[in-house]
Write a protein that binds this ligand. Sequence first.
Ligand code: SF4
Length: 318
Amino acid sequence: MEQDAPKKTREQRHPEKQRRPDSPIARKPEWIRVKAPTSPGYHDTRKLMRNLNLATVCEEAACPNIGECWKVKHATFMILGETCTRACSFCNVATGQPDALDPMEPARVAIAVQKLGLKHVVITSVDRDDLEDGGAEQFIKVISEIRRLSPGTTIEILTPDFKDKGDAVEKVAKARPDVFNHNLETVPKLYPTIRPGARYFTSLELLNRVKKIDPTIFTKSGLMVGLGEDKIEIMQVMDDLRAANVDFLTIGQYLQPTPKHAPVARFVTPDEFKSYETIARAKGFLMVSASPLTRSSYHADADFEKMKQAREALIKAG
Ligand code: SF4
């Protein structure tokens, strides 16, 4: 039966942010506005997630694309619980002391993937700095369970940085996901305010390591813009990602979830996104998605196919 657990208040979701001053939420330009989700497909997807007691980043991050994605049953699963041990100033996922790992989570995710009939699935997680392996083993179990129930489904993982977690990255890469995604999120100068628990070069090195462990795994990373970065800094990040042999870059507009989160510095125009896409393609990424509503998992299935074709064309061209 579909059940909604009592919702946490904003204060409960982000206790560490409550002493910050409010930053009023800027009115969105017309190119950002989306319709409220109402389709039968949306409701079916929601029901399945509730019945299997699964979390999605679509809901937890208050993603603007949820109506469009869930209408066609494209949900992005969020594993390792619903509570994150970091407190990034851009992120709407609840922060705090996480629950114990659920040993049945991998099986439930795999059942949902099978029931949704997904050709390509994206699995992400909260950060679990409290676990010795950062949650690596749970990622491996989820990959294995999905492969068991849906052998034809391609698997994309979007992981935390596994900072100070030994060989966690190696272990997860050896499970051979089709796509290994880790988001840099923003330019280095903004890490202390936007991603204070992370280190730019740790994240970059993770992507580099994955490619060295298994060059057949596609690597992917994403940036939010509109946080106060300059274009030249974005171009430097693109160069850093190409130096790490990253295949796929996503760039989307940052949206402020609550008045306690980092404010939007500016709304980047659709034309500027096009320009970022052109530059990124010229720098050699196999695949680029850059638009105001681009998110890591937005159209991930179709973009995965395009990326595969781009690699095949490159190999054929010698
Ligand atoms: S873009 Fe990704 S996070 Fe947003 S609704 Fe779609 S699948 Fe979910």
